[in-house]
Design a protein around this ligand. Structure first.
Ligand code: NA7
Length: 543
């Protein structure tokens, strides 16, 4: 006999109201499903709500980033720059919410702390940090892949008496004009912050552990005829994105690297260097990512580009990565980044030469003494992709917690579900291609697939869905295969789960297979096939 179902507050609950959660909410409500979205922030937007640091902006072209599913949205929205800044993108998310009439179904300021699955009724209970609970049959988590911030584990990090904060929590009321500022961290975020604040602050000290290969963004205003022409080409733009491995406008050049002369290769690289955005990374010869020799040649080309922009050759050498191949970590796109180091008011402190000893009440002490600051900025990144899951108490069947299941790395089927956690859909989760793709392109894939699945479940009156162990094991192995013998796989970065500030994720720990690197087109084909085959690999139950 089926246990009586306790009253449901909603048939489906979406956790998170960033780009992904908002679209999922829309697709559920479009089907007439009683669904709401819960959001920890006081407003929607996710990444674009939280990251308010100076310089925060897209580094994929905005017109390749907005939602493609609605011609009406595309017609009404006008991007003002090739790579829009955070406030504009946050406005875009709010525009989408209003156009789709979703605001009434959002509950902002509600941080979910725990999810508990009840096996008898096949329902989830969600508990918010204020103790409120909600019950639903299906849960869609859209909690972000870079939303669990990490602070450095440095002695005294809480002792500093002045303003100090992680870039994700940038205060709205801070004015850095004329201030002595420290920035710790030179990832994609630090690089944007440093380029933006260097002209404004009194003095800037950048604490660098490992430099990244950065490349010019080449942003520009967008309007008039150029914008009209782009808007007229949306179909073509989205088709172009759909054909590339990452869902970006820029896809690999498949010409044989060795069939071209060195002069021809360099001429092509000059073109890429002058082009906008990720062209320098994702529009490169495919061989640059497959052949170590080809990569070494391109890395040397980019090292020369850095040298050419820095006045002091010693500083230039510090800014050139020695420990990883170009493109094996996320390539930060920069504006004024390298030039900042030519300013008299900017210092680069290589903490390999002069390690940080502690944060003091007034500043930062390294092995060569203390520097005092008015503000300390931590651009120290995130516990990527799985961190936001680890920070919730998610308890599935038989009392198993997701945190314990994923202790040594995530284990999923298709990056959308995980065994023993039925009816929980992980959107843009670990081991999906959505996390490596140009985000809304990946989101549209994930959300549309999950939405079709919901229609199928309703049509067949299915109460419980979860992957088989075999299907999950096969997927995990498939995802891992892309990391073996690859430059990305051997490089410590958030792509491989490295984070020195999280236990078990440090330099000595193993690579985490967080991302599906088989390419977005292959991923889409695979998940479509699975749907066409009646959701093979899943156990479906209507009892
Ligand atoms: P990242 O790319 O993880 O960068 C974090 C930076 O902080 C990186 O330079 C780290 O050095 C540095 N870091 C972290 N911990 C420490 C300690 N303890 N001491 C010194 N330096 C430290 O995060 P971002 O926020 O820049 O970017 C994340 C993504 O968000 C980005 O790729 C975009 O897609 C959006 P390391 O390199 O590890 O030596």
């Amino acid at each position: 006999m089926t246990a009586a179902t306790p009253a449901l507050d909603h048939e489906a609950i979406v956790i998170g109201a960033g780009m992904c959660g908002v679209y999922m909410l829309h697709k559920l409500r479009e089907q007439g499903i009683d669904a709401i979205a819960l959001e920890a922030g006081d407003g929607p937007g996710g990444t674009w709500y939280w990251n308010r640091y100076p310089g925060a902006r897209f580094d994929s072209e905005s017109y390749s980033y907005g939602f493609s599913f609605s011609q009406d949205l595309l017609d009404k929205w006008n991007w003002s720059e090739h790579f829009a800044a955070q406030p504009e993108t946050r406005r875009y998310v709010n525009f989408v919410i209003d156009e789709l009439k979703l605001r009434h179904h959002l509950r902002c300021g509600t941080r979910i702390q725990a999810l508990d699955y009840d096996d008898a009724s096949d329902t989830w209970t969600l508990t918010a940090d204020n103790g409120d609970t909600l019950r639903s049959r299906f849960v869609f988590s859209a909690i972000g892949m870079l939303s669990a911030t990490t602070m450095p584990r440095i002695e005294g990090v809480n002792d500093y008496a002045g303003p100090s904060f992680h870039t994700y929590h940038w205060p709205d009321d801070i004015d850095l004009t004329g201030k002595r500022v420290a920035v710790i961290g030179t990832g994609a975020t630090g690089v944007q912050v440093i380029g933006a604040i260097a002209p404004q602050v009194g003095h800037l000290s950048v604490y660098q552990r490992r430099p990244n290969w950065c490349a010019p963004l080449r942003n520009a205003p967008l309007g008039g005829e150029e914008l009209r022409a782009i808007k007229a080409r949306y179909d073509e733009i989205f088709a172009q994105c759909a054909a590339t491995p990452g869902g970006f406008l820029h896809g690999p050049d498949r010409r044989d690297f060795n069939s071209l002369s060195r002069a021809q290769r360099e001429a092509f690289w000059e073109e890429l260097y002058q082009a906008r955005g990720f062209a320098k990374w994702l529009g490169n010869f495919r061989d640059v990512f497959m052949s170590r020799e080809a990569n070494a040649e391109y890395s040397a080309f980019m090292a020369d580009k850095i040298r050419a922009r820095i006045d002091d050759p010693k500083v230039a050498e510090k800014l050139i990565p020695q420990d990883h191949a170009f493109g094996a970590r996320r390539v930060p796109m920069e504006t004024n980044y390298y030039e900042a180091y030519n300013q008299d008011n900017v210092d680069l402190i290589d903490i390999n030469d002069t390690p940080i000893k502690r944060v003091t009440k007034t500043g930062i002490e390294t092995s060569d003494g203390e520097r005092t600051f008015d503000v300390i900025v931590f651009a120290t990144g995130f516990d990527a992709i799985t961190g936001s899951y680890d920070r919730m108490q998610i308890t599935g069947r038989n009392g198993q917690t997701l945190r314990s299941k994923w202790l040594d790395g995530p284990s999923t089927y298709l990056g959308v579900s995980t065994r023993n956690f039925p009816n929980l859909f992980i959107l843009a989760g670990p081991q999906s291609s959505s996390v490596s793709a140009n985000f809304p392109r990946g989101i549209e894939t994930a959300v549309e697939w999950a939405s079709d699945l919901m229609a199928y479940l309703r049509q067949h009156k299915i109460r419980r869905i979860e992957p088989t162990q075999q299907a999950e094991d096969d997927w995990v192995e498939h995802v891992a295969s892309f990391y073996h013998d690859s430059m990305i796989g051997e490089t410590r970065s958030w792509f491989t789960g490295y984070n020195s500030n999280v236990d078990g994720h440090g330099m000595q720990d193993h690579t985490r297979h967080l991302i599906y690197f088989g390419g977005a087109p292959q991923y889409r084909e695979r998940i479509s096939q699975i749907a066409a085959n009646g959701y093979e690999g899943f156990e479906l139950s209507s009892k």
